[in-house]
Design a protein around this ligand. Sequence first.
Ligand code: NAD
Length: 443
Amino acid sequence: MRVAVVGAGYVGLVTAAGLAEHGHAVACIDVDESRVAALNRGEPPIFERGLQPLLQRNLGTRLVATTDLADAVRASELTLICVGTPARSDGSIDLSFVQRASEQIGGALYATSAFHAVAVKSTVLPGTSDQVVRPACELSSGKRAGVDFGIGVNPEFLTEGQAVADFMHPDRIVIGGDRGTVAVLRDLYAGFEGVPIVETSTSTAEMIKYASNAMLAAAISFANEIANLGSAIGGVDVAEVMRGVHLSRYFSTPQDDGTTVTASLSTFYEAGCGYGGSCLPKDVAALIARGRQAGSPLPLLEAVAGINDRQPAQLVELLRRELGPLQGRRITVLGLAFKPETDDVRCSPAFPTLRMLTEAGAEVTVQDPVVGPEVLHGVGDVAYVEDLSDAVKDADAIVIITRWDDYLQLPELVAMLDRPPLVVDGRRMLAKTSVPRYAGIGL
Ligand code: NAD
């Protein structure tokens, strides 16, 4: 099938490359010329494992990158909208990219005669495809949705850091829309054998994505709330608490051969310095804002977001508890990415942590194996060091923000130092006895 993918970000690019790998002819469109040029040179503009080989195999044959949306849409049977849906300052969803892309797609359809399906892959609130995408496409195309062209929804569930694997082997495919669009989407995914397809209304499909993300955010904040209470009471280690919780049959299912399969959901029921990224924070905020607007507030999700916002302060509290005032203390922050295996720093807990530390007068150094110093604006005076051993050698304290595998070397690195620093483990990724001075969330 000939497919146009609008937006060459984490979702659009992985979708475009993945669909090309499945044999479709894909045009990946972005307004960002430098991004398109990098792609056409075979350089992935984002860090995502497995993406480069996919690009190498398909670029120039089944996959092209372009800034010409109209041309790409007209040459396709299906357009997937994969543009960003960021949060506004009040938490509500900013649909301006979706609106603009829909107008442009409609404009491209103006002079076409064949049926064309338009499906929204971006995360949008229930009702958006009907109330925003449909009228924008109808107005600029002069055509009728459901007759001359189709509108549908096909939310994306990939996780950054494992986006290629998630896209190539999805756990579900959710589709909604008019009959023509659903038929096109079913054809698109025909090669994804054995993957359950949920076919439903557009609004339900849109809500499935939000409910999925809100549930994961709630799991994380639940574990953090238990962690914080454990710290306040004392004598409780949340890592062990959660290990005990995960052994329940709800998480760990005994198999006939005597082994146990642990649900990966258990990884969300673990305490840390909070969730970040381009999805959970903004999607929870968008649902909360929509709930208020609809007269159906979401007190549970408001608490989930509030707990998460306060969680980085727990790290600074631990530093103060162990070191006293932070003025002039040399503190090394490890990790800028919101999670390992990605270069995405959007809403990373690293930023509030860095701001609090510089405001407290600490001498702050930061290191990340993938993210460079270019993201360090608005956090105060922070030094960036590339090498992990250099980053830790003179520190009074080290704070782990991102669960990068590289940081598993810390016990070894710390053991070589004459004056071992305090290690504040924001992800509970090290054994608490692995370094001489250890403090962790929920310990
Ligand atoms: P992103 O910001 O990485 O990429 C969006 C891209 O769209 C940018 O490169 C931008 O230049 C481009 N763009 C914007 N308007 C355009 C237009 N009119 N024409 C062409 N290109 C345009 O965003 P993302 O992280 O890929 O997320 C996209 C959507 O998918 C969001 O709604 C997000 O919530 C959702 N989503 C993201 C993830 C994730 O892990 N990042 C997972 C599932 C769903």
